[in-house]
Design a protein around this ligand. Structure first.
Ligand code: 3HC
Length: 709
């Protein structure tokens, strides 16, 4: 195997240059670890070396962490324990080398990568968007276990460290500098030079001055009572956020607390034993699968053959400057740097849309996610009007008007006369088949769906919907642009509701039915958050908008018949002006934008009477299994191309519990025969909509799986 490190000594400084051959990123594999140890031994024993610089020669990646493939394949706790101990030994060797080491960070510095950098004496980061720094382990269901739970809090204070470790969200180089994780932030072009100078200074006995966190943080860390307060409030927050379903953040919290109380060695011991337990747990296995599925989707164009070149979207047209259109525009400007032209039927509507989009930019600026310079550069990219000005230049147009087939058709017909021949035309419809929108157009081959989810800035999924006539060039353009907007993109087949709403519709209908049978809103919602959804179905209805849900349920009922019959009540709620959160009235009451308790009047309007005597045991199986059954049916129809896309769509689009791996993965865990039996029982008790679909029955019989073995 070719070496990952190149080592050379110049003027008393040893340069350890890392570039893992034949891999897109630098990662710490077993072989890299062994080589690293040898290189460090040499450096330590060479009398000519006074200091070292650890630097990556691979573009975009300093070290992306431990090799996830390696720990994904671990078979026992003992094996996991041995692996993590060898990682810790390497990092300890680095930290106790006896010669100062500088980490010159350019590109992703994540997980074990940051733990390596933390074991160095000094850290310099290149100011570049690819330089992301963090400990994302909890997102994989494990904890930072090569000293991350020990060294980060010692460097930046417990509170700031916990913020990073428990959320697992990496930060930019600039933010890392502000937090005190890196000592210097430099232009990428001078990283080598600054690193060499720092190494030379350190070799001559210079000691960097650091201030740990804010003054308040230091006081808290040094005072046992303050520390206890930090940990107990962090624990509460974690439990609230995870509902106790994700053990990794709690384990990380424990490791940080233990290490601060009993010292580094004891902290490392606990890190190792907690890692050994978590790494082989089903939760971590599922989260790792989700990581690899998301990664695979970054390169999958949704085509059965070699993809053509996508058209670069510099100019985006958006028809319909309502909340959704405006948010799509804001994200397109911020993430993709595209210029965005809105069109709506009158100036006040355009004005409102521009206001919403500009507010989103301003919010990002306030949160420090956009610099003042970026904010100033990006804001003028938003413009709008009532005419078609600017649409002639558009590379892509997204229609985001109300769910009305006639209106959409009219807009697409008008668009054909305004845009150039290569422009891709997309509808952001959530349910209406794209082929119906494209009917009668001169060029239906450039029409597709781009179904974004609200809030667009936060929701990670985009469904790109292709018809039988959509040209591959249009598909790849939409997929590429979705990725530039930061989305995980699944390409789905055109059919009512596509993938996400196809699963959501029967689930929300069933929630409505339970309500009418006398189950309280809180019971329904709590049952599903306990199962692992971020919010319950009734809360979701209020968030999505009851008018939107009503429209969608009507389309779905018309398309799929009896099994998608919506429960009555939604119509009456909307007639009463209850549109959910956006109108500050729905199933819940709202005050000053904050959600309050359930509005008893809503029960009356839907004709429901909450009754504590109604049995609740079937609430969860009814809601879960109606969705699982529909997922298998839609997969069978080819709505998604494979189980991977289906699971990712459900996890990222609906909030299906990630620790369960997605609906199809979960079915496997339950066992298909068991799932069929449960559905049959539910069908006997509650009606035909629960009858297991043919594919599920036949798979249960043959023992076939959704994923290749
Ligand atoms: N281990 C194994 N493979 C990795 C990896 C890792 N840590 N990081 C990235 N890769 C692989 C990807 O799977 C992908 O492989 P492929 O090309 O064969 O499909 C390839 O590297 C490129 O990755 P992306 O397509 O994701 O490239 P991007 O440029 O979009 O993103 C990245 C790069 C930001 C580094 C992103 O890949 C990422 O977030 N990686 C995961 C980082 C992570 O979670 N690190 C923690 C690991 S756990 C750990 O360190 C435990 C320790 O505490 C003991």
């Amino acid at each position: 195997m070719t070496a990952a490190f190149t080592a050379r000594v110049e003027r008393g400084i040893a340069w350890l240059e890392l570039d893992l051959p034949a891999e897109p990123v630098n990662k710490i594999t077993r072989a890299v670890r062994q080589e690293f140890e040898r290189v460090l031994d040499k450096l330590a024993s060479d009398p000519d070396v006074r200091a070292g610089v650890l630097i990556s020669r691979k573009t975009g990646s300093f070290i992306a962490g431990a090799d996830i493939d390696e720990f994904g394949a671990l078979e026992s706790r003992e094996e996991a324990h041995a692996l993590v101990r060898s990682g810790q030994a390497l990092v300890t060797r680095l930290a106790t080398l006896g010669k100062p080491m500088v980490a010159a960070i350019s590109g992703a510095c994540l997980g074990g990568g940051l733990e390596t950098a933390l074991a160095c004496t000094y850290r310099i980061a290149a100011d570049h968007p690819k330089t992301v720094i963090g400990l994302p382990e909890v997102q994989l269901g494990i904890l930072p276990a090569a000293g991350g739970c020990q060294r980060l809090p010692r460097l930046i204070g417990a509170r700031a460290a916990l913020d990073m470790i428990l959320a697992g969200k990496p930060v930019s180089a600039r933010r890392a500098r502000r937090l005190g994780i890196v000592d210097e932030l430099v232009h990428p072009a001078i990283l080598d030079r600054v690193a060499e100078e720092a190494a030379a200074r350190l070799a001559s006995g210079w000691e960097p001055k650091r201030r740990r966190g804010g003054l308040g943080d230091v006081a808290l860390d040094d005072n046992p009572l303050g520390r206890r307060l930090v940990f107990s409030s962090a624990r509460k927050q974690v439990l609230k956020k995870t509902g106790g379903h994700y053990p990794a953040p709690l384990a990380a919290l424990q490791a940080v607390e233990h290490g601060m109380k009993h010292g580094l060695e004891a902290g490392l011991d606990l890190e190792a034993s907690l890692f050994a337990e978590l790494a082989v747990s089903p939760v971590s296995r599922n989260l790792v699968r989700i990581f690899f599925a998301t990664t695979a989707l970054k390169k999958d164009w949704g085509l059965p053959h070699e993809p053509p070149e996508p058209r670069t979207v510099d100019s985006l047209g958006i028809v319909g400057a309502g909340f959704m259109g405006a948010s799509i525009g804001a994200v397109a400007v911020m993430k993709a740097g595209a210029s965005v032209r809105f069109k709506d039927r009158d100036l006040p509507s355009v004005g409102r849309g521009l206001l919403v989009a500009r507010r989103e930019l301003a919010e990002q600026r306030e949160r420090g996610r956009l610099t003042r310079f970026e904010h100033r550069r990006l804001s003028p990219l938003l413009s709008g009007g009532v005419g078609w000005d600017g649409f002639g230049r558009a590379d892509l147009v997204i229609e985001a008007v109300f769910e009305d087939l006639g209106l959409k058709r009219q807009i697409f017909a008008d668009l054909e006369g305004q845009v150039d021949d290569e422009c891709v035309l997309a509808s952001n419809t959530s349910t209406i088949p794209i082929a119906r929108i494209a009917e009668g157009l001169r060029r239906p081959d450039r029409v597709l769906g781009m179904h974004f989810f609200s809030p667009v800035g936060k929701m990670p999924l985009l469904e790109v919907i292709v018809t039988e006539r959509t040209a591959p060039a249009a598909t790849v353009t939409a997929v590429a642009f979705g990725r530039r907007m930061g989305k995980t993109v699944i390409v789905v087949r055109d059919s009512p509701g596509f993938w996400v709403n196809r699963l959501l519709a029967p689930y929300l209908n069933e929630a409505g039915r339970l309500l009418q049978e006398g189950v309280a809103v809180e019971t329904i919602d709590r049952t599903m958050t306990k199962y692992g959804f971020p919010v319950g179905p009734i809360t979701l209805l209020d968030e999505v908008g009851l008018d939107v849900a009503l429209k969608a349920s009507t389309v779905m009922h018309a398309a799929y018949g009896d099994r998608m019959t919506p429960p009555g009540g939604l119509q009456r709620l909307t007639e009463d002006g209850r549109l959910g959160r956006k109108s500050q009235r729905g199933f819940f009451r709202y005050e000053g934008g904050k959600r309050r308790e359930v509005d008893m009047a809503a029960y009356e309007i839907v004709g429901a009477h909450p009754d504590p005597q109604v049995p609740r045991d079937d609430v969860q199986p009814r809601l879960v299994y109606i969705m699982l059954n529909e997922a298998v049916r839609a997969l069978d129809e080819g709505v998604v191309r494979n189980a991977r896309d289906g699971d990712i769509g459900a996890v990222f689009g609906i909030g299906f519990p990630a620790f369960r791996g997605g609906p199809l993965r979960y079915l496997k865990e339950v066992g298909l025969a068991q799932a069929v039996a449960t559905l049959e029982t539910l069908a006997q008790q509650y009606g035909e909509r629960f009858v297991p679909c043919e594919r599920l029955v036949s798979m249960a019989r043959t023992g076939e799986g959704f994923y290749p073995q």
